[in-house]
Write a protein that binds this ligand. Structure first.
Ligand SMILES: Nc1ncnc2c1ncn2[C@@H]1O[C@H](COP(=O)(O)OP(=O)(O)OP(=O)(O)O)[C@@H](O)[C@H]1O
Ligand SMILES: [Mg+2]
Length: 319
């Protein structure tokens, strides 16, 4: 990763009627960095990404892509952006080869270069053997890879991928991540939106987003360390009753069921570790174990949503 900022938003706002879908978004992505824009349905991820690639114009605020400002220099900025929409369109009747050549034309890739570029990208995406197949006959995962290859045809410096692994099987997902890692080595800046917490570990940096705002951001491990010592796993005979006892403890903030276990988030571990086993014992509920476990990114995110970022919110520059 270098220090060069290839993608930046400043106080970006988008309202639909009176509703703010993007509400003062500030973010930066550096060359060679893969950043995850992680948030639940309706968080504003797609709207934010569409603002960044110039598909939507902002109500206020600025996007900078490789030094060009959107909306002021949107044409120049677009040349630097590869965008894979959440519901992107390939031309089903066109072959794999024709699809990628079509995108080459759209982005004014010189005719003399487009065939070689298409061959490179299709090999890179593992589609080299399927060039004549109609896009509609590709599997979902292959379609995503063709979408990615098409988004790269004009050698963009910034890649915006909106839920690229949605509806894709785990093997194809894995392959897709390998492709992205290869792109980073070339110095691209990649912003990927996802609602999947298990994918968030793959990013150099994660930006948690909700209600159109950044809740917090950081390296995955650094984010998880914020809840160090505050997640307990409890395994007890009567899970329903054990859950009630845990929820009644004054230092337990949240209880989730994970298979056979209960996951407790506590403000401090010591009190609950003493009280809960005693209460289980007096209620005659056998306890298998109770121990501190590392927080997951999902724990961190749930915590942030519940406190709506009040604990961690970054100061936003004044408009
Ligand atoms: N054109 C529009 N008109 C009105 N409201 C809109 C429009 N586009 C998006 N919204 C609203 O803005 C909010 C954010 O939507 P957006 O699609 O950006 O969320 P998202 O994070 O991408 O969600 P998902 O994970 O489901 O794709 C939602 O409440 C949505 O209904
Ligand atoms: Mg979306």
């Amino acid at each position: 990763m270098s220090n060069e900022i290839l993608l930046e938003t400043e106080n970006l706002i988008k309202t639909f009627g009176t509703f703010r879908a993007v509400d003062g978004l500030n973010l930066q992505v550096h060359a060679g960095e893969m950043v995850g824009l992680v948030g639940p349905d309706g968080a504003g991820k797609t709207t934010a990404i569409r603002l960044m690639c110039g598909a939507l114009s902002p109500t206020s605020g600025v996007v900078r892509v490789a030094g060009y400002e959107v909306p002021a220099q949107v044409e120049k900025a677009r040349e630097q952006v590869g965008y894979l929409a959440q519901r992107f369109g390939l031309y089903g009747d066109l072959s794999v080869q024709e699809n990628i050549e079509f995108f080459g034309e759209v982005f004014d890739v010189p005719v003399s270069e487009v065939k070689q570029r298409a061959a490179e990208l299709l090999n890179f995406a593992g589609l080299g053997d399927f060039t004549d197949r109609p896009a509609s006959a590709l599997s979902g995962g292959m379609q995503k890879k063709l979408g990615l290859a098409s988004a790269l045809v004009h050698r963009p410096k910034v890649l915006l991928l909106d839920e690229p692994t949605g509806g894709v099987d785990p093997v194809a997902r894995q392959e897709f991540w390998h492709l992205l890692i290869a792109l980073l080595r070339g110095g691209s800046a990649v912003l990927v939106s996802t609602p999947y917490m298990d994918e968030a570990m793959r990013f150099n940096r994660v930006i948690f987003m909700n209600h159109g705002r950044v809740l917090t951001q950081g390296e995955p491990r650094q984010l998880m360390s914020r809840l160090e010592g505050r997640i307990l796993e409890l395994d007890a005979g009567d899970q329903m009753a054990a859950r009630q006892i845990a929820e009644d403890d004054p230092e337990v903030e949240d209880v989730h069921t994970f298979g056979n276990h209960l996951h407790l988030r506590v403000s401090s571990a010591k009190g609950p570790m003493e009280r809960i086993p005693m209460k289980l014992k007096s209620a005659n509920i056998p306890m298998e174990h109770m121990l501190q476990i590392p927080a997951t990114l999902e724990d961190v995110f749930i915590h942030l949503i519940e406190t709506e970022g009040e604990e961690y919110e970054q100061p936003t520059p004044s408009a």
